[in-house]
Design a protein around this ligand. Sequence first.
Ligand code: AMP
Length: 338
Amino acid sequence: MAPRHPGGAAIALQRGLDFWAKIQDYHLVALQQFGLGHQLPGRPRWGAAMSALPVKSEAFPHVVHSVADLRKAVGAYRAKGERVAVVPTMGALHDGHLALVEVARREAERVVVTIFVNPSQFAPREDFSRYPRDFDGDLAKLARLQTDLVFAPDVSDMYPKGFATRVNVSGLSEGLCGATRPHFFGGVATVVTKLLNQCAADVAIFGEKDYQQLLVVKRLAADLDIPTRIIGMPTVREADGVALSSRNVYLTPEQRRVAPLLHQTLQAIAKTAHSGGNVGTAIDDGFAALAAAGFAPIDYLALCDAETLVPIARLDGPGRVLGAAWLGSTRLIDNIPA
Ligand code: AMP
């Protein structure tokens, strides 16, 4: 007997697939209840997550690796009328990142954190391969903040064969970190543009710790009509003033002891600027103090206009004091308002 309608077999097959997908969804929910939602077939098993299993009702975030799955999840939030906030990171999360997640939590019903160590912002001799990675630990921390979704794409998905586009934000990208790391902001601008497009979030939260990056991101979002609102949040510091950074784990105990001097130097320059003193002399003194303490090289110390990042000699509106210097093989950056 002929099927009642020609598409019958296909529909039956589709129903079977839908049923299987539902079973997998239940499986996923069950796994997430136990903090194992990221242990899906075909993905690495993150064994250490079991030892970090939260004891209370903290569900691990749902983890997606593909843009299609990200869009599906975000689309489902939107279909329920929920707002979405995204926090882009390179992982190895610390309290500075988590402060951004808390802001995201306040800004929207759903929080997405992206974890992607972006190769295109590292020069060949930089620390891409040794950059700290702790996916299990990150998920445990994010679970405590009720993060809904983690997007952790593979490099080959972000930059598939034939990828040929690079976003360049001229002006803002050129001085300071852009002068000493010419590859850096092109890589950052490209990946952030992709992430903002992929997540289609209402708001995205970035840290002032990377102040030049924050301005570059605000510029590209405005220029490229990306409808995500960009929010910048103040730097989270250790008690001695050192800005939290994933790279601080590289510091030896001796380097960590002298690290606060960078922040102190920026404070001295800001104080001089506020009192109308000679900023050039304060910067020279800063170079000398950092060099004497073992910082080498010192990439820059500067007082800049807070919006354009053009170096200035005196305050004539909101300013920013910024610095970057190396302790051994670790490059520290910091900045404060002036
Ligand atoms: P990263 O993982 O280093 O790329 O940083 C991801 C986001 O966290 C960026 O927006 C950084 O500016 C922000 N961030 C990093 N360190 C801090 C900190 N100490 N305080 C506040 N935000 C931070």
